[in-house]
Write a protein that binds this ligand. Structure first.
Ligand SMILES: [Ca+2]
Length: 388
């Protein structure tokens, strides 16, 4: 059991009902507000990082009892009026200006997301593709992960026959935020700040972030007034009633996530475990619809099957194509369900903390898997599925 130093919690990890009951019996005021968040089973990672992955370059230190402490609101970010915030959290007027921030090489889903975004140009006008750092079994360090992602973006643009977009590709951070007050300088962070500040007031820049949030958090720290110019759609963390928040994108840069949530920037969150984890595909599905269609489809199919094998998946395996859902939020409200809630606080000990006075954000809670998968595969194939 990790993450709770104040209570002896009976019951096995993974049994939140038992844990909640025990805490309620203990009379803890905290437990009446956050009963489920106190269970802390083994970490569950979005993406395929090994469970014991170390995070070199991340100097975030765990803070004991952070769930009992209120995070002080960073006054360097001017709060947004609620009416303005609610308007920004509606779906965009098309075509929408979009930047994609992606740890493209970390497994197999970013490649789908990038391709889907580029093949959705009737609604999404791409302004930038920025490489994010990552560290797992596909990289030797966060810097190496960022560089491999940068190269993977260029490879995908070739497969998509869209080398005209190369000037929009930028390298991102070589490491994670050293603290919540210190941005990491990178071409991507500077470029995002410049693009965002250049947007007219009535036309926000949508940032689809599908990796560690370092580049985006750095841009916000470099130019705090960006919180009026951006709308961030981030795939990170787990559902707020999931027993823990040890998710790959969030856990790599918790300081960055706290900057994002504290900045007040209009924010749409797609939680991984418990929500986006339902957006599954399988080898037979990818083989049936993608194999032999075009060079891009062949690459996505082969890479997905190889990644599943590398991850030890055998037999009737399935795996989520997580990152596609962040692009899909911008495209059509039919692809998912969401709701407005006070934004939670990512804590350094791998949980969410709740403060009901915080500004609202939009949290996705269900994915319409079949509708979204049909649209994705149709756009990748560039022909309807009925012709397969
Ligand atoms: Ca990703």
């Amino acid at each position: 059991m990790t993450g709770d130093t104040d209570h002896e919690v009976p019951g096995r990890p993974g049994e939140p009902e038992d844990v909640a009951a025990a805490l309620l019996e203990s009379g803890s005021a905290f437990s009446t507000l956050f009963p489920v968040l106190t269970a802390a089973p083994d970490r569950v990672l979005c993406g395929s990082a090994p469970k014991d992955a170390k995070m070199p370059g991340n100097v975030n230190e765990p803070v004991k009892q952070t769930r009992l402490a209120r995070k002080r609101y960073d006054m360097s970010f001017a709060p947004l009026p609620e009416e303005f915030l609610l308007k920004r959290l509606q779906r965009p007027v098309y075509p929408a200006d979009v930047v994609l921030d992606t740890d493209t090489y970390n497994e197999m889903d970013d490649q789908f997301a990038l391709s889907y975004l580029i093949r959705s140009e009737d609604r999404l006008r791409l302004k930038g593709i920025h490489a994010a750092p990552f560290f797992n079994h596909h990289s030797e360090s966060p810097a190496d992960g960022m560089e491999k992602s940068y190269q993977e973006i260029l490879k995908l643009l070739q497969l998509l026959d869209r080398r005209d977009l190369e000037p929009q590709v930028a390298r991102g951070s070589a490491g994670y935020l050293p603290s919540e007050q210190e941005p990491v300088e990178s071409p991507a962070a500077r470029r995002l700040a410049e693009l965002g500040l250049a947007q007219p007031e009535e036309r926000p820049l949508y940032v689809v972030a599908i990796g560690a949030i370092t580049n985006v958090a750095s841009a916000l720290l470099l130019a705090p007034e960006l919180n009026r110019k951006l709308v961030v759609i981030w795939l990170g963390g787990n559902r707020t009633d999931w027993p823990d928040n040890r998710e790959f994108n969030l856990e790599q840069d918790i300081a960055g996530a706290r900057v994002l949530f504290d900045s007040g920037v209009p924010l749409v969150l797609l939680p991984c475990q418990g929500v986006v984890s339902s957006f599954l595909t399988t080898a037979p599905e990818l083989t049936a619809w993608l194999k032999g269609q075009n060079p891009l489809c062949d690459y996505l199919w082969q890479h997905s099957v190889a990644e599943a094998s590398l991850s030890g998946q055998r037999g009737c395996w399935s795996r989520p194509i997580w990152d596609v859902t962040a692009v899909a939020w911008l495209l059509d409200q039919a692809f998912m369900r969401d709701r407005l809630l006070p934004r939670p606080i990512p804590t350094y000990d791998g949980h969410w903390a709740l403060d009901l006075s915080r500004p609202l954000y939009r949290e996705v809670f269900a994915i319409n898997r079949d509708a979204l998968m049909t649209d994705l595969l149709t756009k990748l194939r560039q022909q309807p599925l009925t012709e397969a």
